[in-house]
Design a protein around this ligand. Structure first.
Ligand code: ACO
Length: 209
């Protein structure tokens, strides 16, 4: 049994509505496929390059295999693959990966949100909930994230959560067809005053429930 999986996290209220996190599930196939395909231009510049064509990779029949392997990783305590819900509706995903226990007790976190609900605090709220889950129930000590310097929206999201910049990773990841520089940001539990959700509420970016 691994702490923190499976679980529902939240809610936290932001400008767009009520944000919650829940485990991915097999019946997300149609919604996942539709949102990933209609949001291609919004997502592709920031995501790891895939082998197959975008629409093939995001065909509805791809989901069962992907979902099963992510859930299997979650059961082994190595990943946390969650759906971001806005007022109960799937609107994106947030994933914690490379969970290492012991003297490292660390992981990375990443997310995407559909364009039509963008700019209203959804990713900011989801990241706060995800981080609080990592530092709380999952008992991690450190969480890191990598982001392209050009990704202004995601950098704002990371900054709202209180991430600290640790450096620039040169040609770090194959994104959108090329090896791209990424900023490495991180935080450890000692830097979290109460919770990240609490930090957002105090900053006027969210309210409870
Ligand atoms: N220039 C300046 N600021 C911008 C811009 C822009 N072009 N676009 C958005 N912003 C700001 C917004 O004003 C907002 O800040 P504010 O609250 O201070 O006004 C912030 O960026 C966005 O905050 P949210 O509304 O919480 O974020 P949103 O729900 O729109 O999701 C996200 C942001 C996740 C980056 C979304 O646009 C997305 O999915 N993009 C494509 C995939 C992606 O980039 N994922 C992140 C990869 S990096 C990682 O996972 C660590």
């Amino acid at each position: 049994v691994h702490p923190g999986w499976p679980a529902r996290v939240g809610p936290l209220r932001v400008a767009a509505g009520r944000v919650t996190l829940r485990p991915i599930r097999l019946r997300d196939a149609a919604t996942w496929s539709r949102l990933r395909i209609t949001n291609r231009e919004h997502l592709e510049p920031w995501e790891p390059t895939g082998q197959a064509l975008w629409n093939d990779r995001h065909h509805v029949t791809t989901w069962p295999g992907l979902c099963s392997s992510l859930r299997s990783e979650a059961r082994k305590g190595r990943m946390l693959p969650m759906v971001i819900e806005l007022d109960g509706n799937y609107c994106g995903q947030i994933t914690v990966g490379n969970i290492i226990r012991g003297a490292l007790s660390s992981a990375w976190i990443g997310y995407w949100v559909a364009k039509d609900v963008g700019g209203q605090g959804v990713a900011t709220g989801a990241l706060a909930l995800g981080l609080d889950h990592c530092f709380g129930p999952m008992g991690l000590h450190r969480v890191e994230a990598t982001v392209r310097p050009e990704n202004v929206a995601s950098r704002a999201v990371l900054e709202h959560a209180g991430f600290r910049e640790e450096g620039l990773l040169r040609r770090y990841l194959d994104v959108d067809g090329q090896w791209r520089d990424h900023l490495l940001v991180a935080m450890t539990v000692e830097e979290v005053p109460g919770s990240i959700s609490d930090r957002l509420v105090r900053a006027g970016r969210a309210t409870w429930g």
